[in-house]
Design a binder for this molecule. Structure first.
Ligand code: UD1
Ligand code: MG
Length: 451
C-alpha cells in the first residue's frame, strides 16, 4: 500500500504574507494543490497532510477524500513532523515524503522513487546544484553508496563543497520509519529533529539507500520568498508553452504567455504576446488571438479572430467571429457563426445570432439577437430597473440606428428598423420603423447670442 506525507507545517516567514505559504499560487493554483495533484497521480491509499501554521485556512481549501490532516503543534523539525504521522501509517506501506512548498514535483519522478522503496531499501531523490548553499549535502562512502545527509549548518568546510544535495523527497517503508524515527535526536546546530538523519540510521539498521537524481532542478525547487515564487511561475509557464507548441500552437513569444488553468487548441491557432488564459479555455482550429487578451472559461470555435485587448469571460464564441479590439465579453455571452463585435462593446448574458454585428460602443445585456442584426454605435439595452433585470429580444435582420436606448422588457420584430437616437419603450412589430425622439425643427434667421 502507498501513502504520502506532505509536510506543510512551516510558517513561510519570508513570504511576508498573512496567507499561509502553501496557499500562494503558481499558475493560479495553490502550491499545496500542485503537490496534491502530483501525489494523486500515484493514487495513494492515503495522503497525510502535516499542518501547523495556518492549518485552518489550509484545511478549508483541501477537499480531497484521501487527505488526512495531522497537526504538528510545534515545528520541531522535519523528522518530528513525520513522527506525528507514524501512528497512522499502515504496517506494510511505502511512504512518500513530499513538501507543500515544492510544487512542481512530477508524478513520474514520484513513481520512480516509490518503486525504489522496500523493507530493505530506501529511495532518496537527489540533485546536483552549482550552488548548493542551504541544502543538506549527500555523503557517499568510498564505494559510492549514500551514507548520510549533513545539513548546511552542521557541515564541515569539506562537506560544504559537495554539490549533490538532498531534495527532501524520499520513499521509505513504514517498518523502517517505525524502527528509525524514534531514534532521531535534536542534538545538532538547529536543535531540530532532522528527517535527514533517517538516512544514517536506516543504513545502520541494514537498509540500503537507493539514490536517484533528477536532471530537472525545477521539480525540486522550494518556494520561500516572492522571488522564488515568480521564478517558478515563469518556469511553469515556459514548460506549458513548450508543451502547447509541441501540439502545434503558435506562440509569438513563449516568454510572454500565461495560462492559469487548461488551454486546449486545435490546429494552426496563433496566440500573440501578453495573453492570459484562465480556467478552461478551448480553441478550435485556426483561431487567431491578438496581443493583450484575457480569456477565461471560454470556447472559441474555428476561424474566429480575437483582436487586441479583448476580455472574454465565461462565453461561447462560434466560428468565424470577429471580436475586438477592446471588447468585453462577459459571462453568458453566446455568439453564433460570423458574429462581429467591435471596440468598446460590452455583452453579458446575450446570444448573438449568425452574422449579426455590434461594431462600436454598445452595451448588450440580457438580450437575444437573431441573425443578421445590425446594432448601431451607442446602443444600450436598458436591462435593469434598479431591482430586476429584463430581457430584450431582437429578431432577424433588425437594424438599430445609433444612440438607441432599448428599455427592457422589449421586443423588436424581424426586419424592423429603429431610428437613430430613439428611446424604445414599446415593442416594434416586424418590418415597422420605430421612431421615438423629438422631431427636428429648423428655425430660420436664428441669431446667435453675442458677447
Ligand atoms: C530540508 C532538508 C534539507 C534539504 C531541503 C530541501 C531537513 C532537516 N533538511 O531543509 O536536507 O536539502 O529541505 O529543500 O529535512 N516542516 C514541517 N514541520 C517542521 C519543519 C518543517 O512541516 O517541524 C516542513 C516545512 O513547512 C517545509 C518542509 O518541512 O515545507 C521543509 O522544511 P524546511 O525548514 O524548509 O527544511 P530545510 O531547512 O529547507
Ligand atoms: Mg526549505
Amino acid at each position: 500500500m502507498l501513502e504520502a506525507i506532505i509536510l506543510a507545517a512551516g510558517k513561510g516567514t519570508r513570504m511576508k504574507s498573512s496567507l499561509p505559504k502553501v496557499m500562494h499560487p503558481i499558475a493560479g493554483k495553490p502550491l499545496l494543490q500542485h503537490v496534491l495533484d502530483s501525489a494523486s497521480e500515484l493514487s495513494p491509499e492515503k495522503i497525510h497532510l502535516v499542518l501547523g501554521h495556518g492549518a485552518e485556512v489550509i484545511q478549508a481549501h483541501v477537499q480531497q477524500a484521501a487527505v488526512e490532516v495531522t497537526l504538528q503543534e510545534q515545528q520541531l523539525g522535519t523528522g518530528h513532523a513525520v513522527l506525528q504521522v507514524l501512528p497512522k501509517l499502515g504496517q506494510d506501506s511505502i511512504v512518500l515524503v513530499l513538501y507543500g512548498d515544492v510544487p512542481l514535483i512530477r508524478g513520474e519522478t514520484l513513481k520512480r522513487l516509490a518503486a525504489m522503496a522496500t523493507p530493505q531499501s530506501l529511495g532518496l531523490l537527489t540533485v546536483r546544484l552549482s550552488d548548493p548553499t542551504g541544502y543538506g549535502r549527500i555523503l557517499r562512502d568510498a564505494s559510492g553508496e549514500v551514507m548520510a545527509i549533513v545539513e548546511q549548518k552542521d557541515a564541515t568546510t569539506e562537506q560544504l563543497a559537495i554539490t549533490e544535495v538532498n531534495t527532501g523527497f524520499m520513499a521509505v517503508h513504514s517498518s523502517v520509519l517505525r524502527r528509525c524515527l524514534p531514534q532521531l535526536s535534536n542534538n545538532n546546530a538547529q536543535g531540530e529533529y532532522y528527517l535527514t538523519d533517517l538516512i544514517a540510521l536506516a543504513r545502520a539498521e541494514g537498509v540500503a539507500i537507493a539514490a536517484a537524481a533528477t536532471p530537472f532542478t525545477y521539480e525540486v525547487q522550494g518556494i520561500n520568498n516572492r522571488q522564488q515564487q515568480a521564478q517558478l511561475e515563469r518556469q511553469y509557464q515556459i514548460l506549458l508553452a513548450n508543451r502547447l507548441m509541441d501540439t502545434g500552437l503558435t506562440l509569438f513569444d513563449p516568454a510572454r504567455f500565461d495560462c492559469r488553468g487548461e488551454l486546449n487548441a486545435g490546429s494552426d491557432c496563433v496566440v500573440d504576446v501578453n495573453c492570459v488564459f484562465e480556467g478552461r479555455v478551448t480553441l478550435g482550429n485556426n483561431v487567431h488571438i491578438e496581443p493583450n487578451c484575457f480569456i477565461r472559461n471560454a470556447v472559441i470555435a474555428d476561424g474566429t479572430h480575437i483582436l487586441a485587448n479583448t476580455v472574454i469571460d465565461d462565453a461561447d464564441i462560434g466560428p468565424d467571429c470577429h471580436i475586438g479590439p477592446f471588447a468585453r465579453i462577459r459571462p453568458g455571452s453566446q455568439f453564433a457563426r460570423g458574429a462581429r463585435v467591435g471596440n468598446f462593446v460590452e455583452t453579458k448574458k446575450a446570444s448573438i445570432g449568425e452574422g449579426s454585428k455590434i461594431n462600436h460602443l454598445s452595451y448588450v445585456g440580457d438580450a437575444e439577437l437573431g441573425a443578421d442584426v445590425n446594432i448601431g454605435a451607442g446602443t444600450i439595452t436598458c436591462n435593469y430597473d434598479g431591482v430586476n433585470k429584463h430581457k430584450t429580444r431582437i429578431h432577424d435582420q433588425v437594424f438599430v440606428g445609433s444612440n438607441t436606448a432599448l428599455v427592457a422588457p422589449v421586443e423588436i420584430g424581424a426586419g424592423a428598423t429603429i431610428a437613430a437616437g430613439s428611446t424604445i419603450t414599446q415593442n416594434v412589430q416586424a418590418q415597422q420603423l420605430g421612431v421615438a425622439r423629438e422631431r427636428q425643427r429648423n428655425i430660420d434667421g436664428w441669431h446667435r447670442p453675442k458677447k
